[in-house]
Design a protein around this ligand. Sequence first.
Ligand SMILES: [Zn+2]
Length: 417
Amino acid sequence: MSPGPASFCGADQILLPPRDGLPFLCGADLAAQTLEPGGLMVRDGTIAAVVEDAGAELVIDARGCALVPGFVDCHTHLPFAGWRAGEYAQKLSGVPYEQIAGGGGGIAASARALHESSDAAVLGQAAGLAAEMLASGTTTFECKSGYGLSRAGELRALELARELGGRVAQATTSTALLAHAVPAGYSADQWMDEVAAMLAEVVALGSVSALDIFVESIAFSNSHLERMGELAADHGLALRAHVEQFASHGSVPVALAAGARSVDHLSMLGADDLGPLAQADCAAVLLPAAEFLGGEHRAPGRELLDAGALVALATDANPGTAPVVSMPLVIGLGARLYGISAREGLAAATLNAAWTLGLHESRGSIEVGKRADLLLLDGPVEQVAYRLGRNPVAIAMVAGEPVYVRDSQAAERMTRR
Ligand SMILES: [Zn+2]
């Protein structure tokens, strides 16, 4: 049953794209987003009009507040098991990730934890994180496998991701990160043969929309990226790739030639890659929390935006390099690390992230006919990045239903008839 008619009334700012129907926002369109006062009508779970209706069944007083689309977290590693706080302490003392991974830590440690955890334990932890994400305004997020490190393990992780999607308030997507670390007993080439052999089963799950690969000296190479691109194309799946994170491997041209939907991390992106990436229909997914916490290099975020690239921001939520689920925090880190504005940061966390997941037609911006995934922020949008570490989300609505209300003050803004 869809929720009854609702309306936000008297908002100080409503973030709107320069025109309807844009699949993503880059170049001049980013600066042309408007932040005018006004209201919104919601009917049958969708945005019905950018005008207020004081007679709606549910009226939300938005005075002093900003209305923005729900955040779309387009790069997370949920569901995973346990945490790796000990590794963070090692990193703080200067041990590089490659050395931690070499000592049995890193992805392998999370793979062991996943293997040893029951389905109920994994889902319980992930659902708890999803609730935290919702409280920070994330109304859609991506799940990835990648800690299975065996055929059965990867299929189980994807099954758990699908189950998670059924039990949380948000909509989720599933990405099969089948080449994350080379499992023990395989060469990278042998493991890619195994990946090819398991794809029919992965597709048969019916929930997977993309394949992903980690290209790094400790993981897979550009030739494996090329092969993953062929496999994705053969099976009608999008290709995503973790590239240029710890070192530059020249992976972006390979990813673009393979038709990648996104290239993620890019901390070591070279200047030569800016132009071709900006020309391509490929998202540059920046993960500032991983860069900040890992003491990594900074992706050229400002340069990508100035070149006209399609930039998205995401948490990279994972137990190793980014135990972070807050998109407001990520927007704040992105603002400082890359020098991006409030409008640019919000577009990167909403419509551009939705495009990365192939969901831009239904969400990611405030447009009539889109799903009413909306956030009431308790101040102007400029405060999201400025008040770093503070959660500005007073109310989060998913498909027309207020699924998160922060406190009694926020609750007082809602009048039901
Ligand atoms: Zn990642």
